[in-house]
Write a protein that binds this ligand. Structure first.
Ligand code: CO
Length: 682
């Protein structure tokens, strides 16, 4: 790289570089997806959209990935509307989306008719660059999407998902040769540019250099590089990629950068200033955008930032060759099941399950498939054969419905997974979608009278449960819950203020204290001593006269929230209940997104049936997809009775006994707790 001292002014009028680095900004998609579980709202992009359009980005990524799912399910926003709105402000810079190939923006391969319609509508609404990937790097899953992208006259960027099986790039599967071959395949498929997509932030800087150099040698189109800051190496990898001649890098505006997100743009602009790779961006303009984001937008999202760790990096990523989202999935699944203490066992089992499944790259949806199957193995295999509960997605993978894996799948596992599999017990070797019949005719039938156009139908086709619920909100057939409505900056600041006051033990705002029902005649007063301080608390039994049990344990066993002045205990208390239910809904939304399940509210209570017989209990919390038998049907032990979705994976649950189905306790779409009696066999 050469440097010219004369080119070092900060404004954009400086002479342009001979080989200026191009930048795609990903703040509006991967940035908030990585930091705020994709809960960024369109209204929070608009205040800076016009200014962003002036920077000179190669593209702005604003759609796809998880945005489609999160918007309709948790924000009550029409995903299609976001492109149209942004397009009004971003007129010069192309809008980009992340397309999961035949998976579109969801978790399985869809039929060709759905893929064609989806790409057509995305392009029609304003997407010009389709960054397309397949979790298995099986480019047969691109065929239909690429035809549709080309037909719409738009840019097809083909991705290679970066994966490793060793501590650094190399080994038998994911070595330089693998990536060079994949690049050639993409060039042959008509890629207008190529992207090395390191979704986990695993790549080491010198590997990035070698990889970009090798790919540049065989690619006759621009090469982009996408990595995450998660493990702390991304800024270094960016610089090495620039030195290796990368054409396009992905960055975020600094308030949306780092942690699980991407390196920020500003330090990169400064680093390359005056060199032959100078971006040409005006630092002052970037600073202005940052100021708006920092002061007017970010306070609304601060509560979603997982800031319970001091460190902003996660070194588990290169250690386990897995994205940090996978660890989050595993942790929340184990937590829901009350088995968090088995985390270590699950991590230890992870590499084996991945090997059994053909060393697949770990990216949505394969990261979830591996994560949840590993949890199932650790929790349910004890005393049984391995893979005692195989998710429907693992069965589909074994059958070949996701495509060809980089290494062969364990033959014993294929045999076990495909025993009784509905499509047959011999894996396919054709393009997966050839095995899927057109889906739109049935979709149309199912949402007749609710969906108004093809865009509505696509929302339902991709997300049948939450999509249908969204369409009811959209057309006023159902009232959306308060948790999906936006909060204002004022509300966000007020909430922050309350939390800070509570932490300091100064919560005096009378509005925020939950006064509860009137004291009854049975109220009893107790004195509580905390070291040298004395408090009087009153206890009133809810729903009846008091039954007082005298506790003999030490005082600190008194439930924390029955003692009001918490600061007296000398430690920083959690915000009191009154604050958690303060005016905004940020917290419940975050929880809903974290559990990543399309549920409307709290899980339905486990119902008990009066029918006599043996219950089929939910082995894990989840959502009922459907029941495979009706009341009165006779069933054999081992017959699949219920399909339960947990962490987006479907688990087929067999009948524990033979008999007659006596009662069905839930309906499709219901959320159930662990151990809920799903049905009764007698
Ligand atoms: Co990413």
């Amino acid at each position: 790289m050469s440097i010219e001292k004369t080119k070092m002014n900060y404004d954009k009028d400086r002479p342009s570089a001979s080989n200026a680095l191009k930048i795609m900004d990903v703040t509006f998609r991967d940035g908030h997806q990585s930091l705020f579980t994709t809960l960024g709202r369109t209204e929070d992009m608009i205040p800076v959209a016009e200014k962003m359009d002036e920077i000179g980005y190669w593209a702005i990524e604003a759609w796809g990935g998880n945005t489609f799912g999160a918007m309709h399910a948790y924000l009550n926003e029409d995903p299609w509307e976001r492109i149209r709105k942004l397009k009004k402000y971003i007129k010069k810079t192309p809008l980009s989306m992340l397309l999961r190939g035949q998976n579109l923006v969801a978790y399985r391969n869809y039929a060709d008719d759905v893929v064609e319609a989806f790409v057509d509508r995305a392009a029609e609404n304003g997407i010009q660059i389709f960054r397309t990937f397949d979790a298995l790097n099986d480019y047969r899953n691109f065929e239909t999407a690429v035809k549709a992208i080309k037909k719409a006259g738009q840019h097809f960027q083909g991705c290679i998902c970066y994966s490793m099986t060793e501590q650094r790039m190399g080994g038998d599967v994911y070595n330089v040769e693998y990536y060079v071959n994949k690049t050639k395949e993409l060039v042959d498929a008509g890629a207008d540019s190529i992207c090395i997509k390191d979704m986990a932030g695993m790549i080491a800087p010198y590997d990035a250099f070698d990889l970009i150099k090798a790919v540049k040698e065989v690619a006759n189109v621009p090469v982009a590089f996408h990595t995450h800051f998660t493990s702390g190496m991304a800024s270094m990898s960016h610089l090495k990629a620039v030195e290796a001649g990368v054409d396009i890098l992905d960055t975020c505006m600094s308030p949306y950068a780092y942690r699980n997100s991407h390196p920020a743009i500003e330090p990169l602009v400064m680093t390359l200033l005056g060199t032959d790779r100078d971006t040409g961006f005006d630092i002052n303009d970037l600073a202005e955008i940052n100021d708006i984001l920092e002061k007017e937008i970010l306070p609304k999202y601060k509560s979603l930032l997982k800031d319970d760790k001091v460190s902003i990096i996660d070194i588990n990523v290169p250690l386990f060759q897995a994205p940090s989202g996978l660890f989050a999935n595993i942790e929340s699944q184990l937590e829901d099941m009350g088995e968090l203490d088995r985390l270590g066992e699950v991590y230890a089992e992870l590499a084996k399950v991945r090997r059994d499944l053909g060393e697949i790259p770990l990216v949505t949806p394969t990261s979830r498939i591996v994560a949840i199957q590993t949890v199932n193995n650790v929790l349910f295999d004890e005393g049984k054969d391995e893979y005692s509960i195989i998710s429907a997605q693992v069965k589909d993978l074994c059958y070949g419905l996701y495509g060809e894996t980089a290494a062969p799948i364990n033959a014993k596992l294929i045999k076990k997974a495909l025993k009784g599999y509905s499509k047959g017990n011999k894996p396919i070797d054709c393009r997966p979608a050839e095995d899927i019949k057109p889906e739109l005719p049935q979709v149309r039938e199912e949402v007749k009278g609710l969906a108004v156009d093809i865009e509505d139908e696509l929302i339902y086709a991709l997300f049948p449960v939450s999509g249908k619920r969204f369409l009811k909100w959209k057309y006023g057939k159902e009232e959306p819950p308060a948790s999906v409505s936006p909060i204002t900056l004022e509300e966000a600041l007020k909430e922050q203020d309350l939390i800070e006051k509570a932490r300091a033990g100064k919560l005096v705002d009378p509005e925020s204290i939950n006064r509860g029902p009137e004291r009854s005649e049975h109220v009893r007063a107790f004195g509580v001593y905390v070291e040298n301080e004395y408090f009087e608390i009153e206890v009133d039994e809810v729903g009846g006269p008091p039954v007082v049990t005298y506790a003999s344990g030490p005082l600190n066993q008194v439930p924390a929230d029955t003692i009001v002045p918490m600061a007296a205990q000398g430690s920083i208390p959690a915000p009191p209940k009154a604050v958690q239910s303060a005016p905004t809904q940020a917290a419940p939304v975050a929880q809903a997104a974290a559990s990543a399940q399309p549920q409307s509210a709290a899980p339905a209570p486990a119902q008990t049936s009066s029918a006599n017989g043996t219950p089929l209990n939910a082995p894990m919390p989840g959502m009922i997809v459907d029941y495979k038998a009706k009341v009165g049907d006779s069933v054999n032990k081992g017959d699949i009775l219920v399909v339960l979705e947990a962490m987006k994976m479907e688990n087929a649950l067999p009948s524990p006994v033979s008999g007659t189905l006596q009662a069905i306790n839930f309906a499709s779409g219901d959320s159930v707790a662990k151990d809920a009696a799903l049905c009764i066999i007698g």
